[in-house]
Design a protein around this ligand. Structure first.
Ligand code: ADP
Ligand code: MG
Length: 456
């Protein structure tokens, strides 16, 4: 074996380093150890099989050119892997020990590979809390990750903001990369896809753009509602879709609404979205919200009491990003002020974020005054005995709202209105319930009252 000169290795590393981003360097290339130089063959050692596959897949040409530029034009590159698991540690708890086909004992790799480029490390299946609202979408995503290009192609996931679309798409990407290291997986936002496309046009490199996107085995495109109205891009997208689908390549889309609601999309494309499996994600129920908060709280620097988690889970209901944000603000505040977290503090910190309604209790007094204002009557009128219209109707609305918005029993509500019999109250409430189904004006005023009482 020829002794290699440390200066050459240094130069090799510097050359390589200068050509990639710091993250790529640290994640994938810094860990390549110099092996030997023999008969013009430069050998490197990757920290793990997984690492090796990734470097070969993504950075081989770069590494090769650094080798020839430093060790001479005839130098050849060989990269081996140090023995170790083919999968990143901890990602595949359920795998059989020999599922990777490796016979080596699973000693931990010297360096853990970081997140795949372009993906958020925490957006994995492991970190996705499953509940009734997302169970189906989760299962579909898992199935696709396990068998890309199988039955669910394309997979189309739609949901409102902050409900886990991006998380699920990236979880598929992580999982496919782990289970099927040879497949070319690409996650991108529709916006980035668009920019690539524009770039291709501008630099007259459309062939490159086409070849690139048609070379993927799994293409995950986030937020496809962004494609709406971009005719040229849609045309190209349509062909890319067909090319991939025809070759059994997996497509996964996310969107803020179902395909049928993508109104400006041509039928031919809309129907493509519906070819495979379409599934939504609903806002999570309170147990799921709690489970998500508990998981996040377990990473928080200070302990978060159960009643505070409950408090947050009950108040932020339809956006998990906001749910996480609320918890973060509470823990951040506690850390900043060196205080322990308790319910009072959480209420204080979250005042502006939490709709006031849900922590300022709605009192009968507020209801009476709101109804009096809306129907142009006085509070004593509402409490009094007069049965003339429209006063009597206004009183029934007030009873109805007390029932909807407070925990008061019927007899307690009766007391509020001059001690009327609780059956009178029940009659009034039922009356309003019935009338708002036919009387639009009444419906509108009741809705407006409900909303203003809930949100002020
Ligand atoms: P979307 O793309 O639908 O707007 P994201 O995927 O960005 O939503 O999710 C918003 C945040 O909520 C992210 O931090 C994500 O990790 C988290 N999140 C969403 N769904 C879940 C879930 N089921 N379990 C745990 N975290 C979740
Ligand atoms: Mg998203």
């Amino acid at each position: 074996m020829e002794a290699h000169s440390p200066a050459e290795w240094d130069q090799f590393r510097r050359t390589l380093r200068g050509q990639v981003t710091p993250i790529t360097w640290q994640t994938w290339l810094e860990g390549l150890q110099p092996g030997s130089i023999q008969n013009g063959v430069v050998s490197l050692l990757a920290p793990s099989e997984f690492h090796l596959r990734w470097v070969n897949h993504k950075y081989r040409p770069l590494v090769e050119s650094a080798v020839t530029s430093v060790f001479g034009p005839d130098a050849r590159l060989v990269i081996d892997a140090r023995s170790g698991p083919a999968f990143p540690e901890g990602e595949e708890e359920d795998e059989e020990p020999d599922a990777s086909g490796d016979v080596e004992p699973p000693s931990p790799p010297a360096a853990r590979p970081g997140p795949l480029p372009g993906l958020v490390a925490k957006y994995t299946f492991e970190n996705f809390v499953v509940g009734p609202s997302n169970r189906f979408a989760h299962a579909a995503a898992m199935a696709v990750a396990e068998q890309p290009g199988g039955h669910y192609n394309p997979l189309f996931i739609y949901a409102g903001a902050g409900l886990g679309k991006t998380h699920l798409l990236q979880a598929i990407a992580h999982h496919v990369t782990t289970l099927h290291p040879r497949l070319a997986v690409h996650y991108t936002t529709s916006e980035a896809f668009f920019n690539d496309f524009i770039d291709g046009i501008r630099r007259k490199r459309m062939d490159e753009f086409k070849a690139r996107y048609r070379g993927f085995d799994v293409l995950l495109l986030d937020d496809v509602q962004f494609l709406e109205g971009k005719e040229q891009l849609l045309e190209e997208f349509f062909h890319t879709f067909n090319a991939l689908h025809d070759h059994g390549k997996q497509l996964v889309f996310s969107c803020d609404r179902p395909p049928r609601s993508l109104v400006t999309l041509e039928d031919r494309l809309r129907s493509r979205f519906d070819w495979g499996l379409t599934t939504d994600i609903q806002p999570p129920d309170v147990e799921t919200r709690l489970a998500i908060l508990r998981r996040n709280a377990s990473y928080a620097p200070s302990a978060v009491p159960a009643d505070v988690l409950q408090f947050i889970a009950e108040r932020v209901v339809d956006n998990i990003r906001e749910l996480e944000g609320a918890l973060t603000r509470v823990t951040a505040y506690a850390a900043l002020t060196h205080q322990r977290i308790d319910l009072e503090m959480a209420g204080d910190v979250l005042q502006d974020l939490v709709p006031a309604t849900r922590h300022t209790p709605i009192t009968p007094g507020r209801i009476l005054s709101a109804v009096a204002g809306a129907f142009d009557v006085t509070i004593p009128d509402l409490e009094g005995p007069s049965r003339r219209q429209p006063l009597a109707r206004a009183r029934q609305v007030a009873m109805y709202l007390c029932r909807q918005l407070t925990d008061l029993s019927l007899p307690r509500i009766a007391l509020l209105f001059g001690g009327r019999d609780h059956t009178t109250v029940l009659h009034g409430i039922n009356n309003v319930q019935r009338l708002i189904q036919s009387d639009k004006a009444l419906f509108d005023s009741v809705t407006a009252l409900l909303q203003s009482l809930r949100t002020t």
